[in-house]
Design a protein around this ligand. Structure first.
Ligand SMILES: [Zn+2]
Length: 488
């Protein structure tokens, strides 16, 4: 071998050695990655380290909640809910709902779905929401331990999906959560992606056997009426009186301007106070890790079977029909008690004869309301325009065009007007009435809650106007005159 050949050989040897190191290094990295991956999978199967911390909180009776955003409806909304069906009475309920153009929610029992699969199918195909109310409703079984409850939930879910093709996130606890659910039950259901809905008005139709229809209507009519109402009713056998009461119950809410909607995942669930548990049961850490892992696995698996979001949106839009066709109008609803608006920390009171409910929204005298807020109103009779100014907002209520124009300060001065049609705005006995919510929101405030107080027959509204910036006057001083020319 010549010297050239040896050099070549040595070169190969060096290269070979380097390559061997590289391969070894790569192998090592692969092994490392694999072991990391294994550790990760093992952790996912066993649960996250947060599980033990959550266990400690849950064992002390504390709720561990996920942060979830909810939607608040613009108009007062009622969710009618029917439990324990479907039964031979359910078709009559569905007929009434169809006739009234109302969508509701049915919390069904798995065994009833198996007995009446076509009725369950009709519930879903007619645009109502369906929810899971356990398989057999037997408290002793459901609340002896979570494993038994979970089994019934799953069995019912299979029955619902076979009969209707629907997968539902909605759950209602038989007997309600009060005294039956502990923080563990809530936790696993939430981890699994379910939403548990109680109610805030019990029609009393199941208080005892044979409650007459007029008593059911009276119980609902006694309120209290809130911005969002979840009404408990039953469509199981023996509840013919509920079917008889239903048209009156619907009328009652329509007269008060309520919109009807089925429950969905974005409705903030009403949940009763926990109360003293009626059942003796406990969860060991080992069980907890199992339940927590199983509920998360379930959530992941279900994610794949849920409707794609765009289809969900289309469905929701289809079922949210307006309460009334825009052509027909209700007479304004008046009250014996005043309207009290708690605006931040002060109360603004509007006398009973100076406000009313029209088409689902509270109408207030524009000048009285804006001045009580601390703003001003200027009425120009020749143009039939009332200009309201508050903070850095200016609004023009145009009674000629029945439209509201809103001006806000923008980076280059005053922005273009936003135009909002206001068909319900009108002049009554020389007073301009305008919708309270819209006026407040367009002036930069926000309404947190509405409450109808049945005892006083009046409304209470909680509102806030804290987002307001510099006063319009100071803005006017800062801006070039030309920017203000267009808005007089
Ligand atoms: Zn029930």
């Amino acid at each position: 071998m010549g010297s050239r050949g040896r050099r070549q050989f040595n070169g190969w040897k060096r290269f070979g050695r380097a390559a061997m190191w590289l391969i070894a290094l790569q192998l090592l990295l692969q092994l490392l990655a694999m072991s990391l991956l294994q550790a990760e999978t093992a952790e996912a199967a066993e649960g996250s380290p947060g599980d033990e911390r959550d266990y400690a909180s849950l064992s002390q009776g504390m709720r561990v909640k996920r942060d979830k955003p909810y939607r608040s409806p613009e108009r007062p909304t009622v969710y009618l809910t029917f439990d324990d069906g479907p039964s031979k009475l359910t078709p009559a309920v569905l007929d009434i709902l169809k006739e009234e153009g109302v969508k509701a929610t049915f919390f069904v029992l798995g065994k009833q779905v198996e007995a009446y699969p076509e009725v369950a199918g009709r519930i879903v195909s007619e645009g109502h929401a369906i929810g899971n109310h356990s398989y057999n409703h037997v408290y002793q079984e459901l609340y002896s331990d979570f494993g038994a409850y979970w089994e019934q939930l799953q069995k019912t879910e299979r029955a619902i999906s076979e009969a209707t093709g629907a997968v539902t996130p909605l759950v209602r606890a038989p007997g309600g959560t009060h005294g039956n659910f502990d923080p563990f039950y809530h936790y696993y259901l939430e981890q699994a992606g379910y939403t548990v809905h109680d109610w805030n008005i019990d029609s009393g139709d199941a208080r005892q056997a044979g409650v007459p229809a007029r008593d059911i209507v009276q119980t609902v009519a006694a309120g209290p009426f809130r911005h969002e109402m979840v009404v408990l009713l039953h469509d199981s056998a023996g509840h013919a009186a509920t079917v008889k009461a239903l048209p009156d119950i619907i009328r009652l809410f329509k007269e008060r301007g309520y919109e009807f909607a089925p429950l969905d995942e974005e409705v903030k669930p009403v949940q009763q106070a926990a109360g003293k548990l009626k059942w003796k049961r406990s969860v060991s850490l080992e069980q907890h890790l199992d339940y927590a892992a199983a509920s998360r696995q379930y959530a992941a698996a279900r994610q794949k079977t849920m409707l794609p979001p765009e289809r969900k949106v289309a469905l929701q839009a289809a079922v949210r029909e307006p309460l009334l066709p825009s052509a027909s109008r209700l007479a304004p609803l008046r009250y014996a008690g005043p309207l009290t608006v708690r605006l931040d920390s002060r109360d603004i009171r509007i006398a009973p004869d100076r406000y009313f409910l029209l088409d689902g929204s509270l109408q207030v005298p524009l000048r009285e309301w804006v001045e009580a807020m601390g703003g001003t109103v200027d009425w120009q009779p020749q143009t039939r325009i009332a200009a309201a100014e508050y903070g850095h907002r200016r609004m023009e209520y145009d009674l000629g065009l029945n439209e509201l124009r809103v001006y806000r300060p923008g980076p280059g001065g005053v922005s273009e007007a936003t135009k909002i049609p206001l068909p319900s705005m009108e002049l009554r006995d020389g007073i301009i009435y305008a919708p309270l919510r819209l006026t407040l929101e367009q002036l930069g405030g926000r309404i947190a809650d509405y409450r109808y107080d049945a005892a006083r027959d009046g409304w209470e509204v909680e509102a806030s106007a804290v987002n307001l910036g510099p006063a319009w006057e100071s803005l006017r001083a800062l801006m070039p005159l030309s920017a203000l020319d267009g808005i007089g």
